[in-house]
Design a protein around this ligand. Structure first.
Ligand code: FMN
Length: 164
């Protein structure tokens, strides 16, 4: 798949079939995540891959807008240590995960982490260090159908040449 196609065709998918995500694909995805840019190359992240049903259920019960995690075959939790640019860095890794998944024929959804009241509970339930920040949760798997493109602001509306 071409990069441009992965970027423009990716959609947030919230329902998956039961097929597990092969571990070699998860490794490729995390390898793509760790190549994301970070401020001063600090790379403050760690990634927890969850495939156990009981843990997925716990994550789904904690994330109020991510109940569907409970029914997903896999969920990646993106954590960062508490650095100045942890949020930007963790978001860059999250986007790499979404695009890598798309490229590999998988579907995924970014579920909010940072600023959510369940951050600490997710961190504790996954055994991450106490000073770590949950940036995102990313359920992923194989989708049978693709959601229609939600409305996106037009190129002409958002692109300003030289000045706003
Ligand atoms: C920071 C952030 C937080 C998000 N949190 C959630 C969430 O908690 N639950 C959810 O279902 N989708 C979440 N999304 C996905 C958005 O709803 C989705 O990206 C948006 O509707 C556009 O759809 P698209 O991804 O298919 O282009 C989040 C996306 C971002 C970038």
């Amino acid at each position: 798949m071409q990069t441009q196609e992965a970027l423009t065709e990716r959609r947030s998918v919230r329902t998956f079939n039961a097929k597990p995500v092969p571990s070699n694909l998860i490794e490729i995805i995390i390898d793509c995540a760790r190549h994301a840019p970070t401020a001063r190359n600090v790379q403050p992240w760690d990634f927890v891959i969850v495939t156990k049903k009981e843990t997925l259920k716990i994550l789904g019960s904690l994330a109020d807008n991510g109940r569907f995690i409970a029914e997903s075959p896999c969920c990646i939790a993106v954590f960062c240590s508490d650095t100045k640019y942890y949020l930007e860095d963790g978001c860059a890794a999250t986007e790499n995960i979404l695009i890598a998944a798309e490229d590999l024929g998988l579907s995924a959804c970014w579920v909010a982490g940072d600023k959510k009241p369940y951050c600490d509970k997710v961190r504790d339930s996954l055994g991450a260090p106490e000073d770590y920040k949950l940036v995102s949760l990313i359920p992923l798997g194989y989708s049978l159908d693709k959601p229609v493109m939600p409305s996106k602001r037009a190129l002409k509306e958002v692109m300003h040449m030289e000045r706003y």
